[in-house]
Ligand binder design. Structure first.
Ligand code: SF4
Length: 338
């Protein structure tokens, strides 16, 4: 499944996942053979532009791709070694929140405005743990304290909290039953920068406390540098470069990853202009043939529009899907210079 031999160390493995949304306007090819894995206790950053398939990947792990119009056409997902596509709907209900939880970008999509925050945390605890109602409320208040909110505020409603505090409540709900895998979908994008940093710092601490493996879905390479152990760069529903953080950041190989780095502001050199990646993400209803990045790529050659590039490994964990590389030149031969 992955290039790492000991699969027992894997918290999450996704292999060749193909997901489509079949709409009146045509078939949206959201994921096109996605491979992804997270080792136990580690954090993987799934990075890419809007529309690359990041959220669909997260929803697939919870088996929450809306059906219809979503269809899982092919592939496998294993959570702690168990295949989730074999589970009944009832089994999935107990897996969600207990084995795997998801935090969404907008806390208001996760919080119910008519219940107090402690009601909402306690409800999850009661559903998954052998605790009485009273014990669940005690634990709910403890969870609030853990995310930096006084337990005495548990009886308040979501609208009485700021955006950052609401996201802390959502994190408390997600971690209430100590899930082994936490999927965080742009969890700080809706927050202002100082609050973002606080929430990220808190997530780092909690991840260590609970030994949680995390899938951090983001478009922000700064967040990846801050919190992730490894990185998967996604483009048009496929991982086109994957590796440990240092490999992807210091030995970038794929032109798209290169473009993501070049479009970051350089604080040391304020005179230099940002270089956004030319062109737009392809229409997922009509993806280009061959390498899906070829219409935007400065290095494209003939083969790029004809054949999808295979994975070429630079080391046991770092690979790239790009025709510029073969097993000889990928290690030291930097075809692209940063
Ligand atoms: Fe560019 Fe070709 Fe590599 Fe795709 S395969 S990223 S088009 S060089």
């Amino acid at each position: 499944m992955s290039n790492v031999s000991d699969n027992r160390r894997m918290a999450l493995e996704i292999e060749n996942l193909v997901v489509e949304y079949r709409t009146h306007e045509g078939t949206v090819h959201a994921l096109n053979g996605l491979d992804l894995y997270i080792e136990k206790g580690k954090t993987l950053g799934l990075v890419g532009e809007t529309g690359a398939g990041k959220t669909t990947a997260g929803l697939s792990v919870l088996r929450l791709v809306p059906d219809p119009p979503g269809v899982i056409v092919d592939g496998a997902i294993k959570l702690n070694g168990e295949t989730i596509f074999d589970k009944t709907d009832k089994e999935m209900e107990s897996i969600r929140g207990k084995a795997v939880s998801m935090i969404f970008q907008d806390p208001m999509t996760s919080l119910n405005p008519v219940f107090t925050v402690e009601d909402q945390i306690a409800e999850v605890i009661e559903r998954h743990e052998q605790l009485t109602k009273e014990e669940s409320y005690v634990k709910a208040r403890e969870m609030l304290e853990l995310v930096g909110i006084p337990g005495t505020r548990g009886g308040e409603y979501p609208h009485q909290f700021s955006g950052g505090m609401k996201q802390r409540v959502v994190i408390a709900i997600a971690l209430a039953c100590s899930p082994s895998v936490l999927i965080a979908d742009e969890p700080t994008t809706a927050l202002d920068v100082t609050i973002q940093a606080q929430v990220l710092e808190m997530m780092k601490g909690l991840r260590e406390k609970y030994d949680t493996s995390m899938l951090m879905i983001t478009h922000d390479l700064g967040i990846v540098a801050e919190i992730c152990d490894s990185v998967s760069v996604i483009y048009a529903g496929r991982v086109i470069e994957h590796g440990d953080l240092e490999d992807v950041f210091d030995n970038t190989r794929h032109p798209y990853t290169e473009g993501l780095f070049n479009s970051l502001p350089n604080l040391q050199d304020r005179q230099s202009r940002l270089k956004p990646i030319q062109g737009l993400m392809p229409d997922p209803r009509d993806l280009p043939t061959g390498c899906p990045f070829h219409p935007r790529c400065d290095y494209a050659k003939d083969i790029c529009s004809k054949e999808r590039p295979p994975k070429t490994y630079r080391n046991e964990r770092h690979y790239v899907e790009c025709h510029l590389y073969n097993s000889e030149n990928i290690v030291e031969g930097k075809v692209i210079n940063r």
